[in-house]
Design a protein around this ligand. Structure first.
Ligand code: SAM
Length: 340
């Protein structure tokens, strides 16, 4: 191989046909969840898709990392429900990116079990954590999650994650008109008092009960306007591939992010790809088809063949989502079974 033919090690090797570099992998390690959030689940159904042994996720992750993945986020379902997650994080933390760096290793969790797991996760090599919390009021929190007495557990989880040095600790809040739009200012105060980055997420049509409509979405502009009643937000720089628009309060204290896939889509900068708990690749949250990586493994493909398959799948990544448009087709899975 001449020098010119050799793959460069300082650039990601996974590109889609629109020239987007794919550097972030999200792995759902279960689709079970101990919460039944009104905007996500019906509240009745449990897991629908199988979970794979961690050894299988590890092999897949290794192949992805060999192709240029730099960040892995574990999600679900609720990832902390899965026994063996600490050892899995430890194994992932041994992997190195193409440029020889440690992976950026994150978890998205509802935080219910985080107080007891933050230290072992940190010790195993987890870099940071995002906790989903949709109200800063215990009763409202219980109405949204449909689980009594979860609020204090989640608050304790956030505090413990900060104490052990998971950095940054982010708190994600999905806003729904009629449920929690009155929490915007309260979350602003929470971000400042607790020194966490609060990120509001616009509600997307990915729920099990079909409750989404444009009217239910609390948009970025509305959030910024509402927060100004407490204190104005000033937008700051954000990285190109970052999903959130970042804001500081006018007095410089506290950070807010707004993820606005509905009112201000960022598909053109998307760097993400997802692996479901049963080993299927999804190139977009809104994909209507999946790509069965696990089946390839089971039939005996070697790592080079899996890498070729992944490259071929990534090429097909969708240009953008079609939320709110007349040609919108619902995704083939809902959020809890994809991994947010
Ligand atoms: N159980 C973990 C948790 O609660 O963070 C991880 C899985 S959960 C599906 C991941 C994230 O997706 C959560 O922040 C949740 O609020 C968000 N989410 C779920 N359904 C959503 C929807 N329809 N639109 C926007 N965000 C959603």
């Amino acid at each position: 191989m001449s020098t010119a033919d050799k793959p460069r090690v300082d650039v990601p090797h996974l590109y889609d046909k629109y020239g987007r570099a794919i550097t972030d992998l999200r792995i759902a390690i279960t689709d079970r969840c101990n919460y039944r959030c009104v905007y996500c689940r019906t509240g009745n159904d449990g897991a629908q898709y199988p979970e794979l042994p961690f050894a299988d996720y590890l092999r897949m992750a290794r192949v992805f990392v060999s192709l240029g993945i730099e960040k892995i986020r574990l999600t679900g379902g609720e990832p902390l429900l899965r026994g063996g997650i600490i050892a899995f994080v430890r194994e992932l933390s041994q992997m190195r990116t193409l440029s020889g760096k440690k992976l950026d290793l994150a978890i998205t969790t509802n935080g219910h079990l985080l107080a007891e797991m933050a230290q072992p996760l940190k010790d195993a090599g987890l870099t940071r954590v995002t906790v989903s919390m949709d109200a800063v009021d215990a009763d409202k929190f219980a109405r949204i999650t449909r689980v009594p007495n979860g609020y204090e557990s989640v608050r304790a989880g956030i505090r413990e994650a900060q104490r052990v040095g998971l950095d940054p600790v982010k708190v994600n809040c999905v806003l729904l008109r009629g449920f929690n739009e009155d929490q915007i200012v309260e979350f602003g105060k929470f971000a400042r008092d607790e020194n966490v980055v609060v990120r509001f997420i616009e509600f997307m049509p990915l729920e099990e009960d079909r409750v989404w409509s444009p009217e239910v979405v609390v948009t970025l502009n509305e959030i910024v306007r509402t927060m100004a009643q407490f204190m104005p937000l000033v937008e700051t720089e954000h990285a190109r591939s970052e999903t959130a628009r970042r804001y500081k309060f006018a007095d410089g204290i506290g950070e807010i992010g707004i993820i606005a896939p509905v009112s201000q889509p960022f598909c053109g900068q998307c760097s993400r790809i997802r692996l479901t708990s049963d080993g299927k690749i999804r190139t977009c949250l809104f994909s209507v088809i999946e790509h069965d990586l696990y089946q390839r493994m089971r039939r005996g493909d070697d790592d080079a063949q899996l890498a070729d398959y992944i490259r071929g799948v990534v090429i097909q990544k969708e240009a953008r989502h079609h939320i709110g448009e007349s040609d919108f087709i619902p995704a083939s899975r809902t959020m809890v079974h994809i991994g947010g």
